[in-house]
Write a protein that binds this ligand. Structure first.
Ligand code: ADP
Ligand code: MG
Length: 346
């Protein structure tokens, strides 16, 4: 069966630095990709906090399987997308088509299964798919932001199946691993910067790998914007704004203005019900930024967008996160906007 695997080709094992924080998960992933369905690591559940490399590692397994066995049907899907697909199919009374399609996959990667919580019908469908694939010796790879046992709202029969294989966690990378990640990213982009700067960044950004990458991008952007070599002084200045010690207050309104300007979208369109793709995306990004940079509640944020519901805001934030994982152009825009917001707060 020929299907688009939905994998990001950049998420490979070579690009995934091994450290104490992820060794077990990475090695299990390697084992699985050499022999999908043929090890006791089935399902392989990778869990851990945000920005620690779950999506990257899960996709690296998929990419490696494809490299070794191009004819295998590998599919990456986020649990949220799976649920949405399920809902579409049930509206059209073609749930069986949906289940049959998934039952043809050789290696199924489902990202962020915490989204299955309380999606009862989707869980039923996933249960049927899981059983079929597992019995046929096909590989399942799942990621979650918490250990499977803490997945409230997920049926016990699914949780017990998750325990059949291996659950491996990814933790915060230590200083050496952070250094290695930064060095690898620089090398990969053909860039250089003084060792003392890399150390400074690795030392100060400890939250997660995504933030680490964000700091690096800010630094590179600042350096090219100001035509200034990257040195410790620049790093100190850039990181100061990064570690959110902002003096000026960031408001929903100011973020809305920035996004409108950036995408050249009229302010009133952002608030109306327009369903044009560019406008919808601009709106979702604005909500996402408002959520991450201000302390406003989801409800308040929704109200600032022509009285939308808080669930719309949740959905928007998740959509932005997913697109950032899969669409590089989109992700670049969001990162650039994040920097603009940060700079505005300096
Ligand atoms: P999660 O899915 O856990 O939220 P991601 O897989 O999206 O995290 O990782 C966030 C970013 O950090 C990605 O750009 C990813 O490539 C990078 N990253 C995470 N862990 C590593 C690692 N060990 N080596 C290199 N890059 C990493
Ligand atoms: Mg992820």
């Amino acid at each position: 069966m020929q299907i688009d695997s939905q994998l990001n080709p950049n998420y490979t094992f070579e690009m995934f630095i091994e450290g104490d924080s992820n060794r077990v998960a990475r090695r299990a992933g390697k084992t699985v990709s050499d022999k999908p369905g043929g090890t006791s690591f089935n399902p392989l559940v990778i869990y851990g906090g945000v920005g620690l490399g779950k999506t990257h590692l899960a996709q690296a397994i998929g990419n490696e399987v494809k490299r070794q066995a191009p004819n295998k049907a590998v599919l990456y899907v986020s649990a949220e997308k799976f649920i949405n697909q399920f809902i579409d199919h049930s509206k059209n009374n073609i749930i069986n088509d949906f289940i049959h399609f998934y039952q043809l996959i050789d290696v199924l990667i489902v990202d962020d299964i915490q989204f299955f919580a309380r999606a009862e019908k989707s869980q039923d469908a996933f249960f049927a798919i899981f059983n079929h694939l597992h019995q046929s010796g096909k590989q399942l790879i799942l990621t979650s932001d918490k250990p499977p046992k803490d997945l409230d709202g997920v049926q016990e029969r699914l949780l017990s199946r998750f325990r059949w294989g291996l659950s491996a966690d990814i933790q915060l990378p230590d200083f050496e691993t952070r250094m290695e990640i930064l060095e690898m990213k620089m090398r990969n982009d053909g860039l250089e910067m003084p060792k003392e700067v890399i150390k400074y960044v690795a030392y100060n950004i400890q939250s997660n790998v995504r933030e680490l990458e964000g700091a690096l991008i800010s630094l590179l952007a600042q350096s090219s914007l100001n035509r200034k070599e990257i040195d410790l002084e620049l790093a100190k200045r850039v990181l100061k704004s990064f570690v959110k010690t902002s003096s000026k207050e960031i408001t929903i309104d100011s973020i809305q203005k920035m996004v409108c300007e950036y995408f050249d979208v009229p302010y009133d369109k952002l608030l109306q019900k327009t369903r044009k793709r560019e406008i919808v995306q601009a709106r979702q990004i604005t909500m996402y930024l408002a959520k991450s940079f201000t302390k406003n509640s989801l409800k308040t944020i929704g109200e600032h967008f022509g009285g939308r519901d808080h669930t719309t805001v949740i959905h928007s934030c998740q959509t932005v996160k997913d697109l950032m994982d899969t669409d590089n152009t989109f992700r670049d825009s969001v990162v650039e906007l994040q920097q603009k917001v940060q700079l505005a707060a300096m």
